[in-house]
Design a protein around this ligand. Structure first.
Ligand SMILES: NC(=O)c1ccc[n+]([C@@H]2O[C@H](COP(=O)([O-])OP(=O)(O)OC[C@H]3O[C@@H](n4cnc5c(N)ncnc54)[C@H](O)[C@@H]3O)[C@@H](O)[C@H]2O)c1
Length: 405
């Protein structure tokens, strides 16, 4: 790595996430502020090269943002020692191949989730990176949301007493694409192109649950495709082969039960597009993207069930907002800065390809649970774990044998 700058290969900057969250709101914002601030107060500047398949699009993007370097030749860029970090924001399907190449070239890895399409491949990537001794990071953006940071602070302060349960609602209506254009890329709704809400959201639930409440020990999920036909970017009809809603129950270390609904086929009747209610013996909280409100046990009302009487109690009024005592920047940027400090100063960093593999495993077992109707245990994942979905396969084999008898 140059003493002066950190060279970052940005692959997939034309995409929704690559452009808005990573290029504009994170990397260009870090550049604009003079680089990432290190622990001694000095700053290290970053330099970017945009990589993609279409030179014209790359040139247009580079010109718009004053970026000097672009290339359509990933291999050549990976072979160039001036670039230290390979950052991947491609469609999920294209990711593992690119990550393998980047690891083989000795680059530091930073990637969107899911890290691969199968657990076996995700674990292999984590192993390859460990063997090659390259540092690696996986986007854990939800942990940096102001609402979840407030929730974490409540947990750390002991506010909840013993946490009993978590119920989460994520989702909104994604238009089918005919009478109004869809607001998400069509590949998300085709299983053959790496789409599906389980594959998309369960990796998020994996790191949110394990970092806030405890390791995920089992999953039961029902995934479904409520809308079987959608219309793509060209207005053409296609079969929506991927799940667009998933209803999951997760048992966590320590006995906490989490129940999370994920849906692109729900109309919003909540304060925010994602919301988690956490109930504990000493208090409850409801956290969203930005907000978080609490109800301690000593102000908990005492509802009495009486269907014969209209209940005019203002339940929403029983909650109190958690104040915003910190300055919260864009979460993607904050995570980028932490990762860059890890790269430059060697500080500890937990959100790595192994954590990414745990997320892919949760998605894989969630889909398996949905197919079989069974609750499945999650094995602890280490770099030495078997690549198949471990205990789940054995459990299934023994179930199949007993059904056959
Ligand atoms: N962290 C989050 O909250 C979050 C949210 C949405 C998506 N994602 C993840 O980010 C990734 C990108 O999603 P998106 O919504 O930005 O998708 P997108 O379709 O908008 O962008 C995908 C990018 O990949 C490129 N691409 C497409 N096919 C390719 C191929 N075959 N080879 C090489 N490049 C190819 C496109 O040119 C584009 O730059 C996905 O893995 C998705 O799961 C993360």
């Amino acid at each position: 790595m140059s003493e002066q700058t950190i060279g970052i290969i940005v692959n997939g900057a034309t995409g929704r996430m690559g452009y808005r969250q990573h290029l504009v709101r994170s990397l260009l914002a870090i550049q604009e502020q003079g680089g990432v601030q290190l622990s001694d107060g000095t700053r290290r500047q970053i330099e970017l090269i945009l990589v993609g398949r279409n030179q014209v699009t790359l040139d247009e993007l580079a010109a718009r943002h004053g970026i000097e370097h672009t290339s359509t030749d990933l291999d050549a860029v990976l072979a160039d020692p001036r670039w230290d970090i390979y950052a991947d924001f491609l469609v999920t399907k294209a990711r593992a191949t690119a990550l393998r190449k980047a690891i083989a070239a000795g680059k530091t890895i930073y990637t969107e989730k899911p890290t691969a399409e199968s657990f076996e491949e995700a674990l292999e990537l984590a192993r390859l990176a460990a063997e090659a001794g390259v540092k690696n990071g996986v986007v854990h953006d939800k942990l940096y949301l102001p609402g979840l940071r407030k929730l974490k602070r409540l947990i750390d302060s002991g506010f909840f007493g013993r946490i009993l349960s978590v119920r989460g609602e994520f989702g909104y209506w994604v238009f089918e694409g005919d009478w109004q254009p869809a607001q998400r890329p069509s590949w998300n709704y085709r299983a053959e192109d790496g789409g599906g809400i389980v594959v998309d959201m369960f990796p998020h639930w994996s790191y949110v649950l394990e970092n806030l409440f405890g390791r995920v020990e089992s999953v039961y999920a029902k995934a479904t495709t409520h809308i079987p036909e959608r219309f793509d970017e060209r207005g053409e009809a296609y079969a929506a082969t991927a799940d667009d809603a998933a209803y999951g129950v997760f048992e966590l270390e320590g006995g906490v039960i989490a129940q999370l609904n994920s849906s692109w086929t729900v109309r919003v009747d909540r304060d925010e597009l994602v919301q988690f209610q956490v109930d504990g013996t000493h208090g409850s909280a409801v956290a969203g993207l930005f907000g978080c409100k609490v109800q301690p046990r000593n102000v908990t009302p005492k509802p009495v069930w009486n269907p014969d009487l209209a209940d005019d109690h203002d339940y929403a009024g029983d909650w109190q907002d958690v104040p915003t005592n910190d300055v919260f920047e864009n979460g993607f940027k904050t995570q980028w800065e932490e990762f860059l400090r890890h790269v430059v100063e060697d500080g500890p960093y937990e959100y790595d390809l192994l954590a990414g593999a745990r997320g892919v495993l949760l998605a894989e077992l969630g889909l398996e649970s949905s197919r079989t109707g069974r609750r499945l245990d999650l094995p602890e994942v280490t770099l030495g774990s078997p690549g198949d979905t471990a205990g789940a396969d054995e459990e299934l084999a023994s179930l199949e044998a007993s059904v056959a008898r």
